[in-house]
Design a binder for this molecule. Structure first.
Ligand SMILES: [Ca+2]
Length: 197
């Protein structure tokens, strides 16, 4: 049973959100590096009081990427899930938003980059996901980014809001199988003890 408890604990740890301030409930961008985000927190949250909000402005010229990002240590070969809630208010004729995952090696070089399907229409909060992404063998860091992309000099005034971002390791099937076996074994032992007692 002790072994199972250990396995249960390790499985729980493996599923923990690896991001700092993933729900923005600090009321600021603690844990996130940002570029070009000038509207900051919004009361228009998916949960709690705050979401990370960016308003498109015609002050931006041409195509631009506005990013809030975090660097997270990862283990090469392990798989990770990235998800987050995205809302767009207004009609985004020249802007779209998505979550981006980039694997970095020890030198900071890119080992691959992936993004969720860009959202380019008005929508209430909807979940964007990038699931079971295997970190390349040389990856030591994941760059998790919230991105608003203006495809041209903005002609819209859409508001893009992100909230409840999650980046977590996927428990390895072996660990889960071992734990299920452990739980089954524990149940049998307890059943026998109960029957014998
Ligand atoms: Ca929130």
């Amino acid at each position: 049973m002790a072994g199972c408890v250990v396995l249960l604990v390790s499985a729980a740890v493996a599923s923990a959100n690896l991001l700092t301030n993933p729900d923005f409930e600090t009321g600021n961008f603690t844990g996130w590096s940002q570029g070009g985000w000038y509207n900051g927190m919004s009361g228009d949250a998916h949960s709690g009081l705050y979401g990370a909000c960016f308003a498109i402005s015609s002050n931006n010229i041409g195509e631009n990427y506005f990013v809030a990002e975090q660097l997270v240590p990862v283990t090469g070969g392990e798989s990770y899930d990235l998800s987050g809630w995205v809302r767009i208010a207004g009609t985004p004729t020249t802007s779209e938003s998505f979550l981006e995952l980039r694997w970095l090696n020890a030198s900071g070089g890119s080992e691959g980059q992936f993004r969720t399907t860009p959202v380019a229409v008005q929508q209430d909060y909807a979940l964007s996901t990038l699931l079971a992404q295997a970190a390349p063998a040389n990856a030591v860091t994941a760059r998790v980014a919230l991105v608003v992309h203006t495809t041209a000099t903005p002609t819209d005034a859409a508001w893009h809001t992100f909230d409840d971002i999650s980046f977590e390791a996927v428990p390895e099937p072996g660990t889960l199988a071992m734990c299920l076996i452990g739980i089954g074994f524990g149940a049998i032992v307890m059943h026998r003890r109960r029957r014998n007692g």
